[in-house]
Design a protein around this ligand. Structure first.
Ligand SMILES: Cc1cc2nc3c(=O)[nH]c(=O)nc-3n(C[C@H](O)[C@H](O)[C@H](O)COP(=O)(O)OP(=O)(O)OC[C@H]3O[C@@H](n4cnc5c(N)ncnc54)[C@H](O)[C@@H]3O)c2cc1C
Length: 418
């Protein structure tokens, strides 16, 4: 029997696998793809620094060609840019600098690290189902790269399968975020215009002229830039007859500063589309199983929080699993003990996402009226989600836009039989 089985080799799965293997646990990870593979989600939050440090990959990132990201800048529907939010304004440490990563190379680096720490990694190996004995997860059935299907048992099964959310969907735990029914269309360009010097690696968030959608502009290495548009499914996809490329071009035509940046740039591949990506599982753990990263929750692409939360939840879950082996307690309470704290951090991002989508909200206006909230806003943008400066911003924010009611984790098993 294995100590731990991890489903998925994205940032969340690689983090759990590396940290547990480094403590001598016998870890087996299944990843359905052969790496490197394309993935979206290229802009990091600065507080990823601390997980990278623990994983021992900081030097690899510092030596990489990934552009440095020092700030985020927002552009309103008029095309005017806010003052950039520089992470170093509130944090003088080197952790205020982060990276814009090509996910193929970045995810492969993290997976290699898990293998180097001792995890047994199977690529091209798809987990077909999680095996349960009553309520207790006892392993997985996987189809391996050689075509064989085999069962593997473990004390703990970690679901890090991203939006596949294998356990969450099987146990009917995933709850969609009703106000965030969004779609996204994205691609890469070569030769987009970048800002100079310190600002060259900034993430830009640009509203279209009617605020029905927004674009991200994420400068990557090798003169490549990631560009994507996000809007309500009802606006961007449903009821439009055009193909995705035409819709993308139509939205681009409504975003002058983005058009200007892409004037001399060449699109590198046909646009890709994804939708309905915002949800949360009502539970984070059960007897012998735990959810991390997108397999637990994905909020919204807006603040680039996905990879940070994948790494952070991976780290928290690894500590909870280590505690389970130390005490022999593999219960939901032990394995998911970190859930309430993680959710508290996620709620901060969630409230800021709702603010951003409020038609009349603008960060520039908000901070002009409430300069005392600047640190709290930058803390959220940095991923410093447990900072004392964050909660006080939501009182003033709720005066200008509606804040969502908090969603707590369900303390009880869902009742669904596996
Ligand atoms: C439009 C869009 C834009 C985004 N932009 C950003 C951004 O700029 N910055 C940011 O931080 N985040 C962004 N995100 C979110 C980010 O991509 C994810 O939050 C992040 O990748 C989650 O990491 P993960 O390890 O949980 O899942 P993933 O990275 O999805 O990894 C899951 C892995 O599991 C594997 N897998 C799935 N099913 C199985 C199976 N049955 N068997 C074996 N393996 C399996 C998959 O192949 C995959 O490699 C964006 C998301 C969207 C939708």
């Amino acid at each position: 029997m294995n100590d731990v089985i991890v489903i998925g080799g994205g940032p969340a799965g690689s983090t759990v696998a590396a940290l547990l293997a480094a403590t001598g646990r016998q870890v087996r990870l299944f990843e359905r793809e052969q790496f490197p593979r394309f993935a979206i989600g290229e802009s990091l939050m600065p507080d990823t620094y601390w997980t990278f440090k623990r994983l021992g990959v900081l030097d690899r990132l510092k030596d990489s060609a990934f552009p440095r990201k020092h700030s985020v800048q927002f552009f309103g529907k008029s095309g005017r840019g806010s003052t950039p939010f520089y992470f170093s304004d509130t944090n003088p440490h080197e952790s205020a600098i982060t990276w814009q990563v090509l996910r193929g190379a970045f995810d492969e680096m993290l997976l290699d690290n898990a293998r180097e720490k001792g995890a047994q990694v199977h690529q091209g190996a798809r987990v077909l189902k999680v095996l349960f004995e009553g309520d207790r997860a006892r392993g997985v059935r996987a189809k391996l790269a050689d075509g064989q299907t085999r069962d593997f048992t473990a004390r703990v099964v970690v679901d890090a399968s991203g939006q596949s959310a294998l356990i969450g969907r099987k146990l009917k735990l995933t709850v969609p975020e009703p106000e965030l029914k969004k779609a996204s269309i994205y691609t890469h360009y070569r030769g987009g215009r970048r800002d100079e010097g310190f600002d060259a690696g900034a993430t830009l968030i640009l509203h279209t002229e009617n605020r029905d959608s927004w674009f991200w502009y994420i400068p990557l290495s090798d003169d490549v830039v990631s560009v994507g548009v996000v809007g309500a499914i009802s606006y961007l996809v449903q009821g439009r007859r055009e193909d995705a490329q035409t819709i993308f071009d139509q939205e681009l035509a409504k975003c002058r500063p983005m058009q200007e940046r892409l004037q001399n740039a060449a699109q590198l591949f046909p646009v890709k589309t994804t939708k309905d990506f915002s949800y949360r599982a009502s539970r984070i753990a059960g007897e012998g199983w735990v959810l991390v990263g997108d397999a637990f929750c994905f909020l919204d692409p807006m603040y680039s929080s996905g990879v940070y939360l994948a790494l952070k939840s991976g780290e928290m879950a690894a500590d909870a699993i280590a505690g389970a082996f130390a005490t022999g307690d593999f219960s939901a309470d032990q394995l998911g003990g970190f859930g309430p704290q993680l959710v508290r951090g996620m709620e901060a991002v969630r409230k800021m996402v709702y603010a951003f989508y409020s038609k009349d909200f603008s960060f520039a206006e908000f901070l002009k009226r409430h300069p005392e909230c600047k640190q709290g806003v930058i803390d959220v943008l940095s991923g410093n989600l447990f900072s004392e400066h964050i909660e006080p911003i939501f009182g003033p924010m709720s005066e200008v836009c509606q804040m969502p009611a908090a969603v707590a984790l369900s303390p009880q098993p869902s009742g669904a039989t596996p």
